[in-house]
Design a protein around this ligand. Sequence first.
Ligand code: F6R
Length: 604
Amino acid sequence: MCGIVGYIGERSCAEILLDGLSKLEYRGYDSAGISVLTEEGIRTVKRRGRLQNLRGAVETAKLTGNCGIGHTRWATHGEPSDRNSHPHGTGRLSLVHNGIIENYLGIREMLERRGYVFESETDTEAAAKLIDFCYKGDPLAALREALPVLRGSYAFSVIFADYPGKIFAVRRDSPLIVGLSEEGNFTASDIPAILRYTRRYLLLDTDEIAVVERERVTVFDVAGNRVEKEVKTADFDMGAAEKGGYPHFMLKEIHEQPKALRDTIQPRLEDGLPRFSELPDDFFDGITKIYIVACGTAMHAGLVGRCAIERYAGIPVEVDLASEFRYREPLLDPEHHLFVCITQSGETADSLAALRLAKARGVRTLSVVNVLGSTISRESDQVLYTYAGPEIAVASTKAYSVQLAVMYLLALRLALLRKGISEEEVRRLTAELCRMPEVVEQVLAREDEIHHIAAACQNAHDLFFIGRGLDYALSQEGSLKLKEISYIHSEAYAAGELKHGTISLVTDGVPVFALATQDALYEKMIGNIKEVKARGAQVVLLHREKAADVGKIADLSFALPQMEELFCPIPGVTVLQLFAYYCSLLRGCDVDKPRNLAKSVTVE
Ligand code: F6R
């Protein structure tokens, strides 16, 4: 989604803005632009397409000044074009925006009636011109008058021609931080944009307005009172936001999974048993049902969580897509239900709305979040952080693995509390979970085998993933990963469901990736594999070592090491991530920045 960066300091800002934008590329974008306060007033350059287009135009324009704002746009209102790119404004001000202004049409009409002329199709231009309309020489007063009129979500950075030493920043439901350094101060959507210059930053709360100057930052609340903000320090360094010798962030992040798993599991162990010291002891008391709500990959982690929690803790679980949950009027019981939100970024608009709905209904909320201090982590009653470190590639990999780890720990913790299984069994399973980083390392050491499988499937138009139980949950993640980065059309099917319709699509040579890691379901899976094989499918089988008849039923296969089958999705997903990665690479796709996708989906 859109990325914002602003700089005011001693240095010339154009290069700093371009550098900051390049660090936000991972969020996904289709155009970019910057505005700089120069001696001739505000000058703006914007271009459709990749940042190099903008870079060329900025060099030609020779923008000199040390206060400016920049933006990478992920199109929502209006096609990607120079005209629709941000910044937007008037001669008096320039503004960049992340979010959606829902009532922009009404605002636009009102302003057009008063003589404003619009140049773009964007919602953002309506916000910029509204602030201009309210501006009578005092930027803070203009913002305070304009903000209550806006409906929707926003993070803004605004510069005013009359105030060359200041950037004004404000947010509601879209992320924005203020970076602090000796050589100037910043506004940014995310820490990587400023990490080269500083690790110190402030988090703005909803509708707080920051006035960012060279040597100071002043923050005001909605009523105009000054607010003291805590200075935070980013806990990752430049290395974490760079490729570290890998050709792509995605590959680097796949390889970081063993460490991410260790970092997430180890702090949650006490005497060989799972324990969440960050939660109050009575947090799970009286829970009779759990709603796990999330989007995309995070929702897929929830599906695995459901299998584990229902099987070991005996608590019914519903897994919902946040975008559905928020509008389906869920039957929530404040006393006995627990709402669990899973989110890497902690900023996903639908997940946040679902969380707010659950809170408004008085239900206990727990979020599993990767980004420290993100909106969802701040608004949830309790948080379990995953310690994956920053995930830059658009396709989520290590964040999913650690979400699985937390789901397993949660299932085992609840099982222990419920006394659903013996302490000895929980101890055995926990020890097995602790072995997963090592098992993932073993899979990573066999990357060549997965490359070989990808080479055999790279020309497919359609590919099916099939599985049962945990394997079906994992299939859904494998299929999403393949689609998003290789653009091969793919579907995940419950293996037993295929014959109820979709098998008509399985014809000669169509690859079917069959996941069969669960003993009790293995024979059933063989039956389903035979069905697709009989229709000419090229079968790739993911199984555990020593599975029967692999050579007879599969064209290609990958054996996971012997291990507790409950945890197969952890090394299993490593195989599927690498499969998607190599398919994408072999097809010449942009692995880290797949078309149309954004890293952090901050609009509904
Ligand atoms: C896919 C992917 C997305 C995210 C989804 C939720 O690779 O990354 O499906 O999982 O947008 O994002 P978070 O976890 O940030 O809420």
